[in-house]
Design a binder for this molecule. Structure first.
Ligand code: DAT
Ligand code: MG
Length: 141
């Protein structure tokens, strides 16, 4: 089967009206939307989603930020879409992310607190499978 990835348009992206722009870039790249939903994440969902970051200095503010409003959760599909979406998203630090990327074109630094960088994308096939299960428990593979 071709690869799937879990994409989130984070609360900053939703609040700024960038859901459509992110979906446009995903579709323009050629990936297929498999599932799509709007949800304000619960702390339990975020604890599962960000399990690898538990205990890090930015963890609490990251969960606070991510639970602050609606996110668009998206499953995308296409060969090498995990790597491909990470390339579309750009570097984690939106100030350093290259122009042409989602974070580089649409994101910026807003001072103290967690990095608000518009999107999340799975970083491996294992993460993608785990994350899709968190956001779309009923989705069939
Ligand atoms: P990515 O989202 O590029 O996969 P990550 O998994 O390392 O980055 O971190 C998850 C999120 O946590 C990231 O999108 C923004 C935030 N974050 C990461 N490192 C941070 C830091 N040093 N200070 C503040 N927020 C950070
Ligand atoms: Mg990550």
């Amino acid at each position: 089967m071709t690869e799937r990835s879990l994409v989130l348009v984070k609360p900053d992206g939703f609040a700024r009206g960038l859901v459509g722009e992110v979906l446009r870039r995903i579709e323009a790249k050629g990936y297929v939307l498999v599932a799509l939903g709007l949800v304000t994440p619960t702390r339990d969902q975020l604890a599962a989603h960000y399990v690898e970051h538990q205990g890090k200095p930015f963890y609490d503010s990251l969960v606070e930020f991510m639970s602050s409003g609606p996110v668009a959760a998206v499953v995308i599909e296409g060969d090498r879409c995990i790597e491909g979406f990470r390339a579309l998203a750009g570097a984690t630090d939106a100030t350093k992310a290259l122009p042409g990327t989602i974070r580089g074109d649409l994101g910026r630094d807003w001072g103290q607190g967690p990095q608000e960088n518009i999107v999340h994308g799975s970083d491996s096939t294992e993460s993608a499978e785990r994350e899709i299960g968190i956001w779309f428990p009923d989705l069939k593979s």
